[in-house]
Design a protein around this ligand. Structure first.
Ligand code: 3UK
Length: 528
C-alpha cells in the first residue's frame, strides 16, 4: 500500500487489492463514467432526474456538476479532502456529490435525520474541510460546525452553493484520479455507538452497478426508477442515484421523509418501472393496499434490502399486486447487494444466491468454511469492498480480512443453494433497515432517574419486522406503571434518532448477566 501525504490530505492508493474482475485504466475519474459519458452516448436530452420541481436532463446535470466542481474548488477544497454532505434527496445532491468527485474531493454523505451532537462527531471524525447541508438543516448542522474541534474551514447551505454556481463555467477538467483512489465515504454504525467512516474508491460504484444494478436488478435506459430509501443510505444511494445514472435511466427524487403515503403518491404521480424499498415500508404499504387498492401497474421490478424480507410479506405483496419482490442482502462496506434473489429464481424468505462476480462463504469461529445447512458468519469477496474504515485500523483488520469482508451476519445455505439469514453475531438491531445499537439506547434510558438497569434487544412486531424492546430494572418497583413507560419513550425520543425508541418495555427484577457482569442480551431475545 502506498501513501502520498499532500498537505492536510492523504491520498491512499492500495495496490494490494486484487485487480480481478472489471478492468480500469490507470487514470480513472468515476464522475466521467457516470455523468459525462451520457453526453458522449447521445443521452444529453434524456431525463436524468425527475421531481415535483421538474425534470433535469443529462446535459443540465453534467453542466451543473461542472459548475459545482468550480464552486467547491474555488472555496479552497483540494483533491483528497473531505466534504461533508447533509443533503436531502434533491438534484443539488447530485450536483454537489458529483462535482466533488470530479474535482477529486471526497464527499462524506451523512444521514439527514440526526442531531447536532451526532454531526459534531462526524465532522471531527472525518476531519472535513467543508460542510454542505440542505437549508432547513442549517440550524442543526451549523451548530455542530461551531462546536467541532477543529471546525471545518467553511460551511454552506445548498442554496448558497447553487447561487455561486450561477456564475461558474459549465465545463470542468476531471481530476486525474486513479481507480483505487479514495472517492467518497458513507458511515456505518457500530455497537458502541461510534460510527465508522466507510471509505470507497473510484472503481467501487462501477463494480456494483455492473454486477447488481445491471446484472441482477436489470435496470435499463428506458427505466424510471424510484427508491423510497434515502440517498444517504447506501441502499438508496444505489437505487436512487448510481444504478439509474449508470444505465442512463431516469430517477425520481422526493425530499420528504419516506412513508407509505409518500411512496404511493410518488408511484401514482411518476409511474416508476423499478421500485426499491425496505421491508418495513413494503409491510406498511400492504396495510394500506388491504384497505384501498392502489395503482402500482407501472412497476415491472420491485427490490428489497436492508433487513430480511419475511416470506409472508413477499407472498402477500405478490398476491395483492402481482409483483414478486426481489430480496437481497447488501451493506455499506460492499456498497450494495451481493447475495440476491433474481427475477427468474426466487426463494421467499431467503436472500437468494450470490450475485455473479462476487464470492461468498460461510465460516465458523476458526474461519473454517462450513457446509450446507450449517450456520456461520457470511463473508464476501467483492471488487467493490470498501478500502478501510477511516482512522480505525483495529476495526479494519477484524472486518476487512485481505480481500474478504466479515459481515457479522449469521447465514446458512440450504440444500438448493439459497442463502438464509439467521440473525446477527453481535447485538446490533436493524429497525426499518436502519441500525440501532442497544448500547446507545440503554445509555439514554439509564440517564432517566427512575432506572437502575436496562437491556435492549430486537423483537418482532405483527408484520415480522424487528423493533427495539427494553427490559428495565427500576430503582423503585412502585414506578412500574404505564405513565413511566410513556415518560421513558419521550425521554428516548428527545435525544435519540426517531426510529430508536423502544416500542415495548418489560419491568424485570434483574437482567441476565455473565459471571463478569456483562448483560446477556441473547437470553432476552425471543426465539427468532
Ligand atoms: C443487514 C440484511 C437480512 C445485514 C444495505 C442494501 O443494509 C444495508 O447496509 P447497512 O450497512 O447494513 C448492512 C447489514 O444490514 N441486511 C441488509 N440487507 C439484508 N439482513 N436480509 C437482507 N436482505 O445485517 C447487513 O450486514 O446499513 C442494503 C444495499 C446497500 C446497503 N448498504
Amino acid at each position: 500500500m502506498g501513501t502520498t501525504e499532500a498537505g492536510d490530505h492523504t491520498v491512499i492508493f492500495d495496490h494490494a487489492r486484487e485487480p480481478v474482475g472489471i478492468d480500469f485504466p490507470d487514470i480513472f475519474n468515476v464522475a466521467v463514467a457516470f455523468i459525462d459519458r451520457h453526453l458522449a452516448e447521445a443521452r444529453a436530452d434524456r431525463c436524468a432526474i425527475r421531481s415535483v420541481a421538474g425534470d433535469i436532463s443529462y446535459r443540465v446535470l453534467a453542466e451543473n456538476v461542472a459548475c459545482a466542481a468550480h464552486v467547491l474548488t474555488a472555496r479552497g477544497l483540494c483533491r483528497g479532502e473531505r466534504l461533508v454532505m447533509v443533503v436531502k434527496d434533491c438534484p443539488e445532491f447530485f450536483y454537489i456529490f458529483w462535482g466533488a468527485v470530479k474535482a477529486g474531493i471526497v464527499p462524506v454523505v451523512l444521514n439527514t435525520l440526526l442531531r447536532a451532537q451526532d454531526y459534531r462527531y462526524y465532522i471531527e471524525d472525518c476531519g472535513c474541510a467543508g460542510v454542505v447541508c440542505s437549508p432547513d438543516l442549517a440550524d442543526t448542522v451549523f451548530a455542530a460546525c461551531a462546536t467541532a474541534a477543529p471546525p471545518p474551514r467553511w460551511q454552506a447551505s445548498t442554496t448558497e452553493i447553487v447561487a455561486a454556481m450561477a456564475g461558474a463555467p459549465a465545463a470542468f477538467a476531471p481530476a486525474p484520479t486513479g481507480p483505487l483512489e479514495d472517492c467518497f465515504w458513507l458511515y456505518s454504525s457500530g455497537s458502541t455507538g461510534k460510527a465508522k467512516g466507510v471509505v470507497h474508491v473510484h472503481r467501487d460504484m462501477v463494480v456494483i452497478c455492473q454486477r447488481y444494478g445491471i446484472g441482477v436488478a436489470g435496470i435499463r435506459e428506458d427505466d424510471i426508477v424510484f427508491c423510497a430509501g434515502k440517498l444517504f443510505f447506501s441502499f438508496g444511494f444505489g437505487g436512487g442515484m448510481i444504478f439509474p445514472l449508470w444505465a442512463g435511466a431516469t430517477t425520481i427524487l422526493c425530499d420528504e421523509k419516506s412513508s407509505a403515503q409518500m411512496a404511493f403518491a410518488m408511484i401514482e404521480r411518476f409511474h416508476p418501472t423499478v421500485y426499491f424499498a425496505v421491508p418495513t415500508l413494503y409491510a406498511q404499504q400492504l396495510h394500506e393496499i388491504e384497505q384501498h387498492p392502489r395503482d402500482l401497474g407501472s412497476i415491472r421490478r420491485a427490490l428489497s434490502a436492508g433487513e430480511a424480507l419475511p416470506a409472508a410479506i413477499f407472498q402477500k405483496w405478490k398476491d395483492l399486486t402481482g409483483i414478486a419482490i426481489l430480496d437481497g442482502i447488501g451493506s455499506t462496506e460492499v456498497l450494495h447487494i451481493f447475495v440476491s434473489n433474481r427475477p427468474d429464481d426466487i426463494r421467499p424468505g431467503s436472500s437468494g444466491r450470490p450475485v455473479p462476480g462476487f464470492e461468498v462463504k460461510i465460516v465458523d469461529e476458526d474461519d473454517r468454511e462450513l457446509g450446507a445447512n450449517e450456520i456461520g458468519v457470511l463473508m464476501v469477496k467483492a471488487q467493490s469492498n470498501a478500502r478501510c474504515y477511516w482512522n480505525n485500523p483495529e476495526k479494519t483488520a477484524t472486518t476487512m480480512r485481505g480481500a474478504w469482508l466479515y459481515t457479522g451476519d449469521m447465514y446458512y445455505v440450504d440444500d438448493d443453494g439459497y442463502y438464509v439469514n439467521a440473525g446477527r453475531c453481535d447485538d446490533m438491531i436493524k429497525v426499518g433497515a436502519m441500525w440501532c445499537s442497544p448500547i446507545e439506547i440503554e445509555g439514554r434510558l439509564l440517564e432517566h432517574p427512575k432506572l437502575r438497569e436496562a437491556a435492549v434487544v430486537g423483537r418482532r412486531d405483527d408484520d415480522g419486522m424487528i423493533k427495539p424492546a427494553a427490559h428495565i430494572v427500576l430503582k423503585n418497583p412502585d414506578d412500574a406503571t404505564e405513565a413511566t413507560i410513556e415518560e421513558l419513550k419521550q425521554h428516548c425520543k428527545t435525544s435519540l434518532a426517531g426510529y430508536k425508541y423502544p416500542r415495548w418495555f418489560h419491568f424485570v427484577e434483574q437482567l441476565p448477566k455473565t459471571a463478569t457482569g456483562k448483560i446477556q442480551r441473547f437470553r432476552l431475545r425471543e426465539g427468532d
